[in-house]
Design a protein around this ligand. Sequence first.
Ligand SMILES: Cc1cc2nc3c(=O)[nH]c(=O)nc-3n(C[C@H](O)[C@H](O)[C@H](O)COP(=O)(O)OP(=O)(O)OC[C@H]3O[C@@H](n4cnc5c(N)ncnc54)[C@H](O)[C@@H]3O)c2cc1C
Length: 418
Amino acid sequence: MAQNTTPTSQKEIVILGGSYGGVSTAHYLLKHVVPCLPNKGSYQVIIVSASSQAMCRPACPRALISDDMFPQEKLFVNIPKAFEQYPKDSFRFIHGTATELDHTNRTVSVSLEIGSTEKIDFYALVIATGASTPSPLLGLNRDDKFLRTNWTAFRKELPTAKSIVIAGGGPTGIEIAGELGEFLNGRAGWFSSKLANPKVHITVVSGDSRILPALRPAIAKKAEEYLAKVGVTIVKNARVKTVAPHGAGTDSATTKATLTLEDGKTLDADLYIPATGTRPNTSFIDKALLTADGRVENNASTLRVEKAGPRIYAVGDAASYARPAVHLILNAIPVLCANIKRDLLLASRKEKSSVGGDRLFKEDTRETQMVPIGKSKGVGAAMGYQLPSFLVWLIKGRDYWLWTTGSLWSGKHWAKES
Ligand SMILES: Cc1cc2nc3c(=O)[nH]c(=O)nc-3n(C[C@H](O)[C@H](O)[C@H](O)COP(=O)(O)OP(=O)(O)OC[C@H]3O[C@@H](n4cnc5c(N)ncnc54)[C@H](O)[C@@H]3O)c2cc1C
């Protein structure tokens, strides 16, 4: 296989991952950091991403049903196109997967989409490779083609499915159940507490004694009521122990499965969707830099990966600084980029006194989560305040945040330094 190496005349600021963390960091650096550096023409911002498209990942629970659910040109946005606004040599997009980070020699190896490999010397590095889901229906586990292929196969089976099992009582599992329930079964009338004879039996298996553990119990109970109205049953205190055949729901989203729960009971599913959390995309990183759950261990205030060496940072679901959520990533970007700016200025021999101190991130830990249940209902809280169903619909349930992603991918969201 051919191996290219990048010329070392330029200082490469390499960002791994092209999603909420990576794309936002690149825009912010190109708008507010690189232009302020001495000899600014010597820097190049590079995004390396397995997918050339950024997507509104929270929309997956509804988007997986049909392409008619969202305007596809808003759901998927081409990353290189979004960066055409910057001077040509200041940005480069590399379509490929990082396969090895050598943090000591400061290189990252990339398996390129076109088949060859490239080893990049980096001057600064931001790890923003996010996390994958066990189900291939819920994000860019590989690229957009892989996601769409899995959606197509799943949609083909939907009209004939009689039973669907979803593992996981967190927001993703509940959102999928609500969307599929409403789409396949419809909604019970005002005076019925549940849908009597649902066309498709949809079951959520929750490992906990309740669903939606990040929200207070009264809100979770409301979600259960909404779910019952679209024909969804919840099995609590139960975990899927084995799946037969092996790989059903994970390697293939359409294989009929028999699920054995921890108590020995079995459930048959025409379609099985594991929504049991995510796995950080960090297999290419030295284990010494990772936490026990596989995330990159970064300083929760400065976002630097201190064990890795100078000018190495992490943000988003691949990093340990905060829980995985878009609003926390968006809060972290200005802090991350201010600290990158500081480090780059110091490395260019600016006086410490003229550069100022670190900027510090603090995770907002207030109860914040919105969970649409189908196209018109939802439950949730924001900054500790319970939200009525109408507001959850207005803010999230209408289009699963698609109203916000246009300005993120284009960089308009980051027009001002904040
Ligand atoms: C179904 C679902 C619904 C969600 N809903 C919400 C919500 O409503 N609100 C909310 O706040 N959060 C929500 N989240 C969480 C939110 O989507 C994540 O916090 C966010 O997507 C994380 O962004 P990220 O930039 O860290 O990486 P990701 O979005 O995980 O993307 C990582 C990117 O890196 C690429 N990549 C992976 N490995 C490599 C590699 N080795 N080399 C190069 N590129 C690589 C991937 O292809 C992908 O493009 C949801 C998550 C899921 C799965």
